[in-house]
Design a protein around this ligand. Structure first.
Ligand SMILES: Cc1cc2nc3c(=O)[nH]c(=O)nc-3n(C[C@H](O)[C@H](O)[C@H](O)COP(=O)(O)OP(=O)(O)OC[C@H]3O[C@@H](n4cnc5c(N)ncnc54)[C@H](O)[C@@H]3O)c2cc1C
Length: 404
């Protein structure tokens, strides 16, 4: 049976986030975007509203909701501003869900309640100055020394780098494999700022996500207890890819919200702006832009919803999540460019939000795996070059999230 309806809980979750953003995000967003200012109070407010615990079981303080709820939160967050959705992609998608899936009981007990309450804010360190898509090109190392691993290296383009206090880091534990570019030499760790040796800074002059925090992290002899290894030594690549899969899902849902924001702004403007004695929405070429945005929204939404259903039911979803991310982000870029066009010269200024949508839309085709990386993955699945292998871990199903 195919059921396209949302539950009351889904609708209430989306409404809650819409109302939250109307009160806490939208009023100051133009100014913060202009001044490249991250609102640090936003994290506490999101935590207090219970949003961070959306897909966390009750035993860790969460609401035990499903992945459709998480997607709807991301849609609504990015409808207001991309920087708010990025918080979910990182804190929930790239950090909390991986700890929930890959962490030992001890790691889950120590970190998940604090990440849920906002006492700890997570960031994800994969990218380095000289290695983004080419993950095995990274240079960060983690050397075993008694009860600890000693981490050294530089991470770049890290969302929330300068505001987070807990970092999911990937580094080489096997230097021979590092030389051989064999990804089974990578491991993943939970690193706290308080462990010492962690320095961070913010990146200035960004094209978009200006109200968000993006930065760099430097690790100098950071002594990380061995209990803070996630999974086993050598699982770092698998865990990194798992993190990206959850992050991509949130980006797909968020980009869908951005398409909707472009559509709504364009509809509103085309009904009020007149040329040649008619609202511009009466001109066929403007209608064409609106029609396409409308179709792009529906298509993007169906793709992330399908990925959510696969996650809810414990099925493999790498291919579907990647496709949802690729298509939603491409649609968001196109819709934002068209929304500027619909607004004419006014779309060229920050008097209207579509200028910000246009700049923000570009990032999602770069982070969490570029558009090209998603295309390669899709082609490899279609050509039979890539097939899903049996996984050692999978996300908890919706039923499992709700059960405890
Ligand atoms: C706003 C923002 C936030 C980010 N947040 C995080 C974060 O929180 N954590 C984190 O770890 N990283 C983060 N990143 C980094 C992001 O994931 C990387 O930028 C991304 O993976 C691409 O890597 P790169 O920039 O090094 O580009 P490169 O890998 O150098 O790629 C450059 C170009 O070459 C193309 N290319 C590369 N390889 C191939 C290939 N094999 N075939 C075809 N084309 C190819 C790419 O698609 C791209 O167009 C963030 C980036 C941005 C912009």
């Amino acid at each position: 049976m195919i059921d396209f309806s949302f539950t009351e809980e889904h609708t209430a979750t989306a409404d809650l986030m819409r109302d939250f953003c109307a009160k806490e995000v939208i009023p100051g967003i133009r100014e913060r975007d202009r001044t490249h200012e991250f609102d640090p109070d936003l994290l506490g407010k999101l935590a207090d509203a219970g949003f961070f615990g959306v897909t966390l079981p009750a035993q860790y303080g969460g609401a035990g909701q499903d992945y459709v709820s998480l997607g709807l939160l991301c849609e609504e967050a990015e409808y207001a501003d991309t920087s708010t959705r990025v918080i979910f992609s990182v804190h929930v998608g790239l950090v909390m869900l991986p700890i929930l899936t890959w962490g030992s009981d001890d790691l889950k007990d120590r970190y998940l309640p604090k990440l849920c309450s906002g006492e700890r804010i997570g960031a994800f360190g994969l990218t380095e100055p000289n290695a983004g898509s080419d993950v095995v090109g990274m240079q960060s190392t983690a050397d075993a020394d008694g009860d600890v691993y000693v981490l050294n290296g530089e991470k770049m383009w890290i969302s929330l780098a300068d505001v987070a206090n807990t970092f999911l880091m990937v580094a080489w534990t096997d230097r021979e494999k590092m030389k051989a570019r064999d990804h089974s030499g990578l491991s993943a760790f939970i690193v706290d700022r308080e462990m010492g040796g962690v320095t961070t800074g913010s990146i200035k002059g960004k094209l978009g996500v200006r109200a968000g925090n993006t930065g760099w992290i430097s690790m100098s002899d950071v002594r990380v207890p061995k209990e803070n290894l996630i999974g086993n030594p050598g699982d770092g690549f698998k865990i990194g890819m798992f993190c990206l899969e959850q992050g991509r899902f949130t980006v797909a849902a968020g980009a869908t919200g951005l398409v909707k924001a472009c559509l709504d702004a364009s509809v509103q403007y085309s009904q009020s702006r007149h040329t040649f004695k008619r609202p511009i929405g009466d001109h066929q070429l403007v209608k064409e832009m609106i029609a396409r945005m409308s179709a792009q929204y529906e298509a993007a939404r169906l793709l992330w919803l399908r990925a959510a259903w696969l996650k809810n039911t414990g099925r493999a979803n790498t291919r579907e999540t990647s496709m949802a991310k690729w298509i939603a982000c491409e649609h968001a870029e196109h819709a934002a460019a068209e929304a500027v066009q619909v607004h004419g010269a006014y779309g060229f200024s920050d008097e209207y939000p579509v200028e910000r949508f246009y700049r923000n839309s570009k990032g999602s085709s770069i982070y969490e795996g570029t558009r090209e990386i998603q295309k390669l993955l899709q082609a490899d699945y279609a050509l039979g070059i890539r097939v899903d292998k049996k996984r050692s871990r999978r996300l908890p199903t919706a039923e499992e999230l709700a059960a405890n």
